[in-house]
Design a protein around this ligand. Structure first.
Ligand code: L34
Length: 290
């Protein structure tokens, strides 16, 4: 079993970006600038956004954090987005999800200028991705592709089963891995809550990407020997024995499944750090284009 070390791979990518930023700086170019909007005080979201800001500092990017209260109106949030769209120093920005229930997520994401949409969530970028056109790829799927590529895991002609059809992971990764591209050319099955005989489907998979948000869902009897496992799940589960009062649980029962896997990502230290590294990559791209 080989552990797919997302933390190390993300650090390698950050080192590559750091070198590029140093050379941009030396040549008097524009320093990439990422902005992040966070609404409310959800603990996990605060942690992820703080990591994004810290990652910017590490590679030498400028960053701006816009921390808005839970009860902000949709109109006020839309106004903040317009400000970022019009700020010529900001190369790219994200609106951390989820948003409070009273705010229409699609309305918010659709207002983001597609050229600054480094999360790749705007319909223009989703459409361009689907049509194999240049675009910003959503960071988590992009991170998964990069991890598969850097560990030289064969995907061409392989059976890939994606668990979950979310807009930010399941749907886009199923599209990307079916495309003619690096870490692509796979035969993809997108399984979800209505899938029947799921264990039969997953047992046939060479690669399983689990992104449903149910702790320890994937068990050893659902996979074949030699499978590659990408665990996207990251749920905070109450655990009184931990200092923080919770543990981080993936969608995969790691203790069982790792014994049958050829490659597997840990949680934490797998897909999470890759998400952040690829956001930086998109921001660098944006700063070159804009
Ligand atoms: N707009 N919303 C927008 N863009 C995104 O790309 C995200 N996502 C997901 C949630 N909402 C979003 C993230 O940033 C998930 N996500 C994310 C980012 C980083 C990490 C996990 C999820 C991460 O750093 N995980 C660490 C552990 C962090 C902890 O201690 O909680 C890990 O090692 O997995």
């Amino acid at each position: 079993m080989v552990l797919l070390d997302g933390k190390k791979t993300a650090n390698d990518i950050k080192d590559e970006i750091t070198l590029e930023v140093a050379s941009i700086r030396k040549n008097g170019g524009k320093i990439p600038h990422l902005a992040a909007i966070i609404v409310g005080s959800d603990g996990a979201s605060q942690t992820y956004v703080a990591s994004k800001v810290k990652a910017c500092e590490r590679v030498g990017f400028n960053s701006t954090l816009i921390d808005l209260p839970e009860d902000i109106t949709e109109e006020q949030l839309l106004h903040e987005i317009e400000i970022l769209n019009n700020d010529t120093d900001i190369d790219g920005f994200i609106v951390q999800l989820p948003l409070p229930k009273h705010i229409d997520e699609q309305k918010v994401l659709m207002l983001v200028n597609p050229n600054k949409d480094v999360d790749g969530f705007h319909p223009t970028n989703v459409g361009r991705m689907t049509l194999d056109l240049p675009c910003y790829l959503p960071a988590t799927p992009y991170g998964i592709m990069e991890l598969l590529e850097r560990y030289k895991i064969e995907t061409s002609g392989k059976n890939v089963v994606v668990l979950g059809r979310s807009h930010i992971v399941g749907r886009p990764i199923s599209i990307l891995m079916s495309q003619k591209r690096k870490a692509g050319n796979a035969t993809v099955t997108l399984a979800h809550s209505r899938t029947q005989n799921l264990a039969e489907v997953t047992k046939n998979a060479d690669i399983i990407i689990a992104a449903i948000g149910i702790p320890d869902f994937l068990k050893a009897n659902m996979v074949k020997k030699g499978v590659t496992i990408i665990d996207v799940g990251i749920t905070r589960v109450k655990d009184a024995s931990k200092k923080r009062g919770y543990r981080l649980a993936g969608d995969v029962d790691f203790e069982q499944v790792h014994k049958k896997a050829a490659f597997i990502t840990p949680v934490p230290g797998g897909v999470g750090p890759m998400t952040i590294a690829m956001l930086l990559k998109n921001t660098l791209l944006a700063s070159k284009h804009n």
